[in-house]
Ligand binder design. Sequence first.
Ligand SMILES: [Zn+2]
Length: 378
Amino acid sequence: MSAAAIAAGSIIEARYWQDKLESTAAQLMERSNDSAIEAALDQTFQANLPAHELLSRACEAAAESVVLPAAEGAANQALLVSIPLIAWSKYPIASGPVDEATLAPIRAHLFAHILADGVRAHISPFLYAIEQLPRGFSETRKLMRKLTQAALNGTSTRPDSTARESEAAEMPADARFLLVGVVAPVGAPIFLWQQDAQNEAHATHNECLLRWVEQCRPSLAKLVPGAAFECGLPDAYFHNCRQCDLRVRPYMLNSSLELVEDSLKVPASEIGVVVAGVGESRVDEYRISILRKGTSQVVHGVVWPLYGAEDDDEAPSPREALEAIFKEHRVGEVIRLPGTQTPEFCEDCGAPLFYDPEGEAVHAEFPEESEPPPVHYH
Ligand SMILES: [Zn+2]
C-alpha cells in the first residue's frame, strides 16, 4: 500500500493512500498488534526506502493523533504534544511525578504562547525520561487517547505504570519531556504559529520559541533542579523525539569531556580523544574515546549516532560538528582513525566498545585511582 502511495499521480490519490495507511495502522494499534506494524516497516525498509519513510510517518501519525467524531457539532482532532528539555548535570537529572504547583504556571504559558485560541489541553503530571516514554506505537496511541480524552473532558490523569516503574538511565546529558494531550476542532489551528497565517503579523515558530523561553524558563527550571538546561519548542510528539535525539549529542559530548577532566583532575589541554567512524557498510555513528593525552587507556566513551540522511557530504558534516566541539573545548589532542570500524560490543555487558589510539576496540573504564563519576552505563 505504501508503494502504491509513492506511485500516486495526484495529490487526491496520494491522500487516499495516506488515509488508508493511517487507518490500517490505527486499527493494528487498537489491537496492540505492534509486531504486524514492525514487520511491515522491516519489509519496506528492505524493499523500498521511500515507501518505508511514508509508512513510518503514517504509523507515527496514527500513534500520536486521532480524529474524534462528535455526537453533535464539529469533529475534533487530537494530538500528543511534548514539552522538551535537554538537561545536563554532574548529578542525576530529575524525572518522575510533578506536583500541581509546578505544573500550573507551565500550563498557563502553554496556553498563552504556544497553543492556538480555543485549543484544549491536558498535561500529564509526570516528567518523562526517554526510558519512561511509552514503548511502541500501540502504547503511544493509548497514552495519546488518555491525555486527549482528559483534555476534552477537563479531567485529571495518573501516569501509566510503565512510566512509574521504569527508571531513567543516568546520563551526563539527557532529554526530558512533559506530555500534553491537545484537542481542537478539525480544520482549526492547533499551534499559535498556525493561527492567522495569512496575516503578516502572525507569530512564527521562532517568535513562539523566544517567548516560551523568556516566559516559561523559570517555571521549567523547577522540573530539573540542579541541572543546566535548554528548552525546546513544544510540538508534536515524534517530531520532538527526533529533534531531541539530534540536540542532545553536543551536550552529551561536552558533559562527558568535563566529567573526565573532573575525575582525572586535569585541564582540557591534557585530554585526548580518538574519533572512529563505526558502521557495517557506511558510518552509522561516531564513537569518541576520551583519554589522558599520550596514553592509550580509554577512560570514557561517547556514542554520536547519525540519524536519517545525515552523512559527511552535507555541511556542516557530523565530523565538522565534532571538530568544532573539540576546538571549543580546547581538547589537547584529536586522533582520527581512518576508514570505517565494525561495531563491537562488550560480550559481558553489551556496552559499546571504544577505540584506543592504535585502533583496538576496548572497554572504556575509569582508572581505579580516579573518582568514578556518578554515572553508570551498565
Ligand atoms: Zn562490559
